[in-house]
Design a protein. Structure first.
Length: 161
């Protein structure tokens, strides 16, 4: 599947409670193209993180407002409850809940059309309600190559029902 092909057949999974720490920035429609810079800065700071409990990295969208578009975006890793918080990092606790999990194969630049399709097409027809906060979680696991910026990215959408 390429960045232009969108697959809207999610699997469903129960997400565990997670403590994540990382760097958070506020974006809008004009500034959201700077998210790759946030990821680059986060990669430089990963050595400051102690107590990682999972090799995956996460892109987490919080506090979405649609008119005008604005949101918080957290680049993060999962850590143990007793891991220290490095200077300049923020902490979030993700609650345990059910998610629709979508798979994207390609580059992160292909995520924007997938997100639009999930929230404009799939969700209204699915019979589910989005759980919100976070709006979604991007999971960059072992099948994602951070050097080539390509591979498998999962998008976990919390569900209310």
């Amino acid at each position: 599947m390429t960045d232009t092909q969108i697959e809207l057949n999610p699997r469903y999974a129960e997400g565990d409670v997670m403590r994540v720490i990382g760097l958070s920035e506020r974006y809008d429609a004009v500034t959201m193209n700077r998210i790759p810079e946030q990821w680059a800065h986060f990669q430089q700071r990963l050595g400051d993180v102690q107590g990682r409990v999972d090799p995956a990295q996460f892109g987490i969208c919080y506090q979405l407002s649609k008119s005008p578009l604005a949101f918080e975006y957290l680049t993060a890793v999962m850590v143990s409850d007793d891991a220290p918080l490095p200077a300049g990092f923020v902490e979030k606790r993700l609650p345990a809940r059910r998610h629709a999990v979508f798979t994207h194969r390609g580059q992160p630049s292909g995520l924007r059309p997938l997100m639009a399709a999930i929230f404009r097409e799939w969700l209204p027809r699915s019979g589910h309600k989005a759980g919100g906060n976070p709006e979604f979680v991007e999971v960059y696991g072992e099948a994602f190559d951070p050097v080539r910026l390509e591979g498998v990215i999962e998008v976990w959408v919390p569900l209310e029902s």
